[in-house]
Design a protein around this ligand. Sequence first.
Ligand SMILES: NC(=O)c1ccc[n+]([C@@H]2O[C@H](COP(=O)([O-])OP(=O)(O)OC[C@H]3O[C@@H](n4cnc5c(N)ncnc54)[C@H](OP(=O)(O)O)[C@@H]3O)[C@@H](O)[C@H]2O)c1
Length: 217
Amino acid sequence: MKIAILGGTGEQGPGLALRWAMAGEEVIIGSRSQERAEKVAAELNAELGQARIRGLENPQAAEAAEIIVLTVPYTAHLSTLESVKTQVQGKIFVDVSVPLDPENPRRMKMPSAGSATEEAQAFFGTETKVVAAFQNVSSHLLRDPQHAIDCDVLVCGNDAEAKKTVMGLVTQMGLHAYDVGPAESARVVEGMTSILIRLNIRHKVKGSGIRLTGLPR
Ligand SMILES: NC(=O)c1ccc[n+]([C@@H]2O[C@H](COP(=O)([O-])OP(=O)(O)OC[C@H]3O[C@@H](n4cnc5c(N)ncnc54)[C@H](OP(=O)(O)O)[C@@H]3O)[C@@H](O)[C@H]2O)c1
């Protein structure tokens, strides 16, 4: 599977890229700058010991991939969606965005659509299958691929098949995914991240996460 990670040059993208590349997927780092994308891809390939990751500008990365993952700050959400609108038509779009209040990351500032995921789905239309995932997994944990992550991944979206595909990608990383319903559930999933940030600050840690109990694994 070809996976593009838009904004893959930041905190959250490289860990996802590394873990999928280690699982055998072809990964494209997307950026506003071809040079930055190539630089990060080269660094990750050096870490991997093989060339499974390349770098392209966001629209070209989205065009070349079957699955497009968005890891940009929420303030860049709509502008990045606009930049890839035609390239993502008919594909699976994984939104990792968390609409935190830029003035206080312990709080949410949800868009009028309800959540970033619903905003993306409304923006693209039903042809593109938007799935929310990884909002509650810390970049610090993802970025260290030699260590298993003690955390579950909540996946939601309106298309059952697209969710199954994304849950398969979560499983490839050794994490357990739960389907928690339609795109509307992203209001809770995204919102939970502000609580995890509070806990990180209070307990002076970098990677609090969530684990569901009482369910089959
Ligand atoms: N970090 C975490 O632990 C974590 C955990 C869960 C969810 N998330 C969510 O994942 C998303 C990405 O988080 P992050 O920490 O990876 O963000 P980040 O490091 O601040 O930014 C990621 C990338 O976004 C691009 N970007 C920054 N400003 C932009 C702008 N104005 N317009 C277009 N692109 C811009 C940059 O790439 P280029 O300059 O190369 O284009 C940057 O490298 C956020 O929505 C965050 O809430 C993060």
